[in-house]
Design a protein around this ligand. Sequence first.
Ligand code: V55
Ligand code: FE
Length: 517
Amino acid sequence: MGRRKFMGALAAAGTGAMAGGLSVSPSAHGDTVHFPPSSYLGGAGPFRSECDIRDCDVIGEIPTNIDGAFYRVGPDWQYPPMTGNIPFDGEGHVSMFRISNGHVDFKSRYARTQRYKAQSAARKRLFGMYRNPFTDDASVKNISRGTANTHIVYYNGKMLALKEDSPPVVLDPLTLETVDDYYTFHGELASLTHTAHPKFDHATGEMISFGYEAKGLASDDVLVFSADAQGHITWQTWIKVPYVGMLHDFAVTEKYVAFLCVPMATNVERMKQGQVHFAWDSMLPTWFGVLERGGDGKDLRWFKGPERCATHVMGAFSEGHTLYVDMDMALKNQFPFFPNLHGEPFDPKAASGYLTRLSVDLSKKDIREYSMERLYPQTGVLPRQDDRYQTKPYHVGFMPTTDATKPLNPKLGNLPFRPTNSYTRFDHATRSTSQFYIGDASSLQEACFVPRSENAAEGDGYLVGVAHRLLEGGRTDLVIVDTQHMEDGPVATVRLPFRSYSQVHGWWVPASQLPKM
Ligand code: V55
Ligand code: FE
């Protein structure tokens, strides 16, 4: 039998899928899961792998006073995104480094959000563009859009995985299993949304939080509240924003709550055209709003400022009637994937973040503007503090920084951005800095602070944070740096045998606060 005849006989003996003598392969009707090629980290694409590693590879020695778990979360596509969608819309993927006695166990799990479960059951993407319900499949109308991809905090024995367009998603702190896909504080949450950046007052045991666009898409209502350590809401009040936009982080002191309204404006018209939720409107001012904790929303005061972009608070405190809020602040839009409304090209220089102190003296009844002071020359984003000092006077902070005086590794070729090559420790008491530089071929993500001991002085301990190794396809390491010896390099490095997804934020939980196994 000739080859041709043999093939024909095979086809005839097959499923009967013959059309005019030609065999036709059964079709998946376009539902094949295939991710478009990406330039991200050498085209590696999304991570998507849920895994466990017992006893990770460790270089150096992890001090045994580090006992607890480092959690991180970031977006990681579950299914191929709609054309033009942005990284901020990937499904929340959480990883945990459990560190004890110099050993590290690693675990990573997707948050089982309502959205994740619906898409998993359908085996395809059902949600369209970032925070744009107009682009969703009709079948998901009543399913939460929350991706749980932005921040993860420990509260009331639960890991809360957070996305600012929806209520928290609760994960078990030891197994990372999702135990509640829509957490509403015993049903007491009056907002449809919850920020990714609640604050903790360790003196009162409260979590202070808020939700914006709280009454539905593009609503100008913001719910501000605090909850006790058992998850019951103890104070709440409503405020209105001067314009609707990304209210990403906020500031809480012993006395005040403050918001910075920046021109990353919510744009329903563009959403209806199939675009993402926000566009940068450079014609808008910034507004700094201050309210007393426990107060009534009608007493909120707004102070005006010029066009600025500031997303995260390092720390905040009040002295008498004066409020200080430290943020990483840039002149213009810092997010290249959120378009400029008036057609200006993205300006990387104007997007550089500088630690800036916003202040206002609330005893003055006639002032209309807030004050700004640039504190340091370093540029970066994602500042953090020793979280034990949230709401209290503080003087130590940390930020991933890009030291432009350091060389670029020539083997990296042309990168769209300079890698984040350092962690800087800032001491506001002396306005001095120290720096951990990771070298010319790695890019650092946000770091979390680990106190050296429960009663260690402010900022005395370690930074933990992950780095992508850019000459190894983005392979991921956890680096551990002593905050008293930043220049000495990592005391230990935990090597993962793969490239993980990029993190947005992370959280440290000491072993003393974790449930027992
Ligand atoms: C941020 C991240 C988000 C988001 C809004 O870092 C703001 C800021 C990962 O998603 O939706
Ligand atoms: Fe954030």
